[in-house]
Design a protein around this ligand. Structure first.
Ligand code: UD1
Ligand code: CA
Length: 458
């Protein structure tokens, strides 16, 4: 379509989706971690419409609440009397300028590019329907063409003649229509059909009668226009979405051990030569720097991973940033606010929360670092714990550059360890530890001669 034709979009999302067998409204069922409707609205937004109106009904409050951050208008369809009736509810929100695109809230894989093709192939003042050829058209509306191939009508399965049942070109439910004529056509639709509903599809026949150009543009693949009616469809769509997302990553430079065993639930960007091993889950905003390695079973949620960094198996990262050339895991856990600077390390069973791990610093084994700032080249021994929580408040631990914390140390925050300080293993540190000195807190070791072990009573 030419850029000066205003576009308005109506998304039909009032249906209940009974076949989902779920308390959650159908359009809020998750696909790749986002509600179905969010996918549709993302495609809609990519077309830069003047306005997007969502027709809602079942689960209305939940649907509106979930989508509240978006720039859309809402139209309630209290009773579901058919797709034509649904579009009619949106009319008060629409102007009669330009074109109206009708999308379905349960068709999440549709691409903006396909809609651009539909716009191009439909005359400016005409009606266009996105169609698709399928092996089994049972249940769908059929595209009825005349001898010269012109579109005459859409006939719903239940209203079709046996001859029409043979037609394998079906209505995807996606239409583009001239705004000016839409309300007139909708007024003329009647519910005199097998389902007693106001069918949007009847607009086709009315437009043909009015001498309006009508065309059907076949879409290349069924997958893109598949409607989600039950959880089997949902799982099929999930796989299709995942395949597409992982292919994008591979084209952008990621080597993926098995494209079928990565799950992407958000916006992931990769630089060249990233390697992603099996069973990796990437959620929210994830950025993987050049040459970074994501080991098997890693989960990354809103994570920024620097170039050349390796995440060993089973590393779990949430809302955190990791610099270049770091090594994390296996079995490391970064909770929100972990900030690993270049060349730093966290080994197995290390948990880090809201802490800076300075350049070249290492926390290699079984430790908890929370609300802390570690300088550069700090070495934290095995089993060290920052006691950051007194039961009411969180307190900070500060460790200076080049400090060496022995194994099994408890740092009772708020507390500060000076630069170059050494803390003896097993110490419980609750007062400032001086720079460049050894501080230790340890009961003296004793041996009790002649002590005997208790014996079990008979
Ligand atoms: C519809 C089409 C059919 C097409 C099929 C594609 C009509 C009459 N039929 O049939 O030609 O092949 O989609 O999947 O349009 N909705 C409302 N309010 C309503 C009714 C429906 O908002 O009163 C919404 C639903 O939430 C859904 C969409 O419209 O997102 C389609 O409705 P559905 O009942 O699934 O239509 P089908 O019978 O599948
Ligand atoms: Ca349907």
């Amino acid at each position: 379509m030419t850029t000066d034709t205003p576009l308005q979009i109506v998304v039909l999302a009032a249906g209940q989706g009974k076949r989902m067998r779920s308390a959650l409204p159908k359009v809020l069922q998750p696909l790749a971690g986002q509600p179905l409707l969010a996918h549709v609205l993302e495609t809609a937004a990519a077309l830069s419409p003047e306005r997007t109106v969502v027709v809602y009904g079942h689960g209305g409050d939940a649907v509106r609440e979930t989508m509240s951050a978006r720039d859309i208008a809402w139209a309630e369809q209290a009773e579901q009397k058919g797709t034509g009736h649904a579009v009619q509810q949106a009319l008060p929100e629409l102007s009669d300028e330009g074109r109206v695109l009708v999308l379905l809230g349960d068709v999440p894989l549709l691409q903006a590019q396909t809609l651009q093709t539909l716009f191009r192939e439909t005359p400016e003042d005409g009606v266009g329907v996105l169609s698709v050829r399928v092996a089994d058209p049972t249940g769908y509306g059929r595209i009825v063409r005349n001898a010269t191939g012109g579109v005459q009508a859409i006939v719903e399965h239940r209203d079709a003649t046996p001859d029409q049942h043979e037609i394998d070109e079906i209505n995807t439910g996606v239409f583009v229509l001239p705004a000016r004529q839409l309300s007139g056509w909708l007024d003329r639709i009647t519910p005199h059909n097998a389902q007693g509903e106001y069918y949007l599809t009847d607009v086709i026949g009315l437009a043909v009668d009015d001498g309006t150009p009508v065309s059907a543009t076949p879409c290349a693949g069924y997958e893109e226009v598949m409607g989600i009616n039950d959880r089997v469809h949902l799982a099929q769509a999930e796989r299709a979405w995942q395949r597409r997302a992982v292919e994008t990553l591979m084209r952008d430079g990621a080597r993926v051990a098995d494209p079928a065993r990565v799950d992407i639930r958000g916006a992931v960007t990769v630089a060249e030569d990233v390697f992603i091993d099996v069973n990796v889950v990437l959620e929210g905003e994830v950025r993987l720097g050049a040459g970074s390695v994501v080991g098997p079973n890693c989960v990354l949620i809103n994570a920024d991973i620097g170039a050349g960094t390796t995440l060993f198996a089973n590393t779990y990262i949430e809302d955190s940033r990791v610099g270049a050339r770091c090594n994390l895991g296996p079995f490391a856990r970064l909770r929100p606010g972990a900030d690993f600077r270049d060349g730093s390390k966290a080994g197995n069973f290390v948990e880090v929360k809201k802490s800076v791990i300075g350049e070249g610093s290492k926390v290699n084994h079984l430790s908890y670092i929370g609300d802390s700032v570690l300088g550069e080249r700090v070495n934290v021994g095995a089993g060290t714990i920052t006691c950051n929580y007194d039961g009411a408040n969180k307190h900070q631990t500060i460790i200076g550059d080049d400090a060496f914390i022995g194994s099994g140390v408890e740092l009772i925050a708020p507390v500060e360890v000076g630069r170059g300080a050494t803390i003896g293993a097993g110490s419980t540190i609750s007062k400032p530890a001086a720079a460049d000195a050894l501080t230790l807190e340890r009961a003296r070791q004793r041996t009790i001669e002649g002590w005997e072990r208790p014996v079990k009573k008979k």
